[in-house]
Design a protein. Structure first.
Length: 507
């Protein structure tokens, strides 16, 4: 569906978000997995450009590098050598990629609903999810996965509407690229092929467009498979067996740690079925949450009333696609009892589908007499989100909605908080500003070590990371599942009445 509605409101929002990102991107620390992700990209880069076969025996060889490899290429093109510069570049590029993809979400909403207000709210909800926003700087796997799946939704809408081979080829390329970033994105191929099968059967019955639909399916498949293969070097040597190995690895991931849920420390191998539903429900802004589930209920009602007739309309195909890509991954991890941790991070890619369902519900509300009260509620929710963003910057990743208590210490006692440790950056900067010693000994853990290594060189050289407790000048600890080791509170970062980082001066 073409639209002549001005796109300038969305463009202005995009420019505002870009300016905001440029202003804020240096505020976020280094997360737990960033050096590991950089190493994955580097090993694949060496495999592709230097015939280095370390990839074949590498522990994390199965990871897709559709986004990591371009980051390494950009790093080499820019001739960046210092960690501080490298990771600032990575943060900025990841965030800009996210924003551009979310702008495509605005265009998709405008295309579907022909309403500027709804399209702008879609854009805002996609970008300003507090828990996800900090990840758009330092998470180079879950965020590109989320972003490219939204691109697939836009191209799916075009393909459903135009029914042209070129549209399906472009969709296949995008789907293949999305899979090369995160294998779970293969989930979108299920409904796409079901829709094509229905179209094919209908074409046979009506004796028209049979060859066109077969050609569409063929180009979708070719585009997907070739792009996935090209962008994922691990598949090059043995495409079929290595793909099967990747599926096997990620369906039962090799992580045997523990998570904190509702005040109980639980093995990641024995999670309750409601782990993802609960985390999702308590970390999405409440009005957006209610509207999204309203969209789910609406599409379910369409399925009951229209049944297969839904597949005759491109608009309804989009709705079914969003419902499937939101609900199916959740159902899958529950049925497979998948290993999960770090809130619902591994399923962040379901968020765009959920927001598009929320936009659908808002579109239906807009056609009723309660559209202005709904607008007021949305505006109020947005104001609350902005207040949270400003007050707790840059720790928006600790966001919980109104379903969870803000009593002192409650969050620390019941849930994981800054599990990836990007708050260590602020702790180290506080020490550097308040201690004039040339050599400062701090404790060792992976995210703390990573944050030390990415400080500006003049500050970094003052810190010595050690596992020898008797040498420590300071102990820094982010709260995950373990209680704080020291009661000494030389410096502490608190979000919503719960500490997320404690610095204890020992000498």
């Amino acid at each position: 569906m073409k639209t002549n509605i001005s796109k300038w409101p969305g463009i202005l929002l995009l420019l505002f978000f870009i300016a905001l990102g440029l202003f804020l991107h240096k505020d976020y620390g280094i997360s737990y997995d960033e050096f590991a992700q950089h190493r994955i990209g580097t090993i694949n880069y060496n495999y592709v450009f230097h015939n280095d076969n370390e990839l074949e025996t590498f522990f994390d060889k199965e990871y897709g590098v559709g986004f990591e490899l371009p980051l390494i290429i950009l790093e080499r093109v820019l001739k960046l050598t210092d960690n501080h510069d490298i990771f600032i570049m990575r943060h900025l590029v990841t965030h800009l990629f996210f924003l551009l993809c979310m702008f495509v979400g605005y265009l998709l909403s405008l295309r579907l609903f022909q309403n500027q207000w709804i399209a702008c709210f879609t854009f805002i909800m996609l970008v300003l999810e507090p828990r996800i926003y900090p990840h758009t700087f330092y998470n180079t796997k879950d965020i590109p996965s989320l972003s490219t799946l939204l691109l697939c939704f836009y191209l799916s809408a075009r393909a459903f509407e135009k029914q042209r081979p070129a549209a399906y080829l472009l969709l296949g390329i995008c789907v293949g690229y999305a899979i090369s970033i995160r294998l779970m994105n293969v989930i979108i191929t299920g409904p796409l092929y079901i829709f094509l099968l229905y179209d094919f059967i209908k074409a046979i019955i009506e004796k028209r467009r049979v060859k066109t639909i077969l050609f569409n399916a063929l180009l979708l498949t070719i585009g997907c498979v070739l792009t996935m293969y090209i962008c994922w070097p691990y598949l090059w040597k043995d495409p079929v067996n290595n793909l099967i190995e990747a599926f096997t690895t990620f369906s039962k991931f090799r992580w045997e740690g523990h998570v904190l849920l509702n005040g109980t420390v639980i093995s990641a191998l024995q999670l309750p079925w409601y782990y993802i539903p609960e985390w999702f429900s308590i970390t999405v802004p409440l009005i957006w949450l209610l509207t999204g589930f309203g969209g789910v209920v609406y599409v379910l009602s369409l399925i009951v009333t229209k049944r297969l007739k839904m597949l005759d309309h491109s608009r309804y195909k989009n709705y079914l696609l969003y419902l499937f890509c939101f609900a199916a991954p959740v159902a899958m991890v529950i049925v497979l009892n998948s290993v999960l941790y770090d809130d619902w991070r591994h399923l962040y890619f379901i968020y765009p589908a959920f927001i598009l369902l929320a936009s659908l519900a808002l579109y239906k509300i807009w056609q009723t007499r309660i559209k202005w009260p709904a607008l007021v509620l949305y505006a109020a929710q947005l104001i609350l989100v902005i207040i949270f963003f400003v007050r707790w910057h840059p720790y928006q990743n600790i966001y919980f909605n109104e379903l969870i208590s803000r009593k002192p210490g409650y969050l620390m006692q019941h849930f994981e908080l800054d599990y990836w440790g990007h708050s260590y950056k602020a702790g180290l900067e506080w020490i550097a500003a308040n201690d004039n010693r040339d050599s400062i000994y701090v404790n060792y853990n992976i995210p703390l070590r990573s944050n030390v290594d990415c400080l500006p060189p003049d500050i970094r050289k003052r810190f010595i990371v050690t596992e020898e407790g008797s040498l420590l000048d300071y102990n820094l600890q982010n709260f995950r599942t373990s209680p704080y080791q020291y009661d000494i509170k030389s410096f502490e970062i608190t979000v919503m009445n719960s500490p997320i980082l404690r610095v204890s001066k020992l000498k």
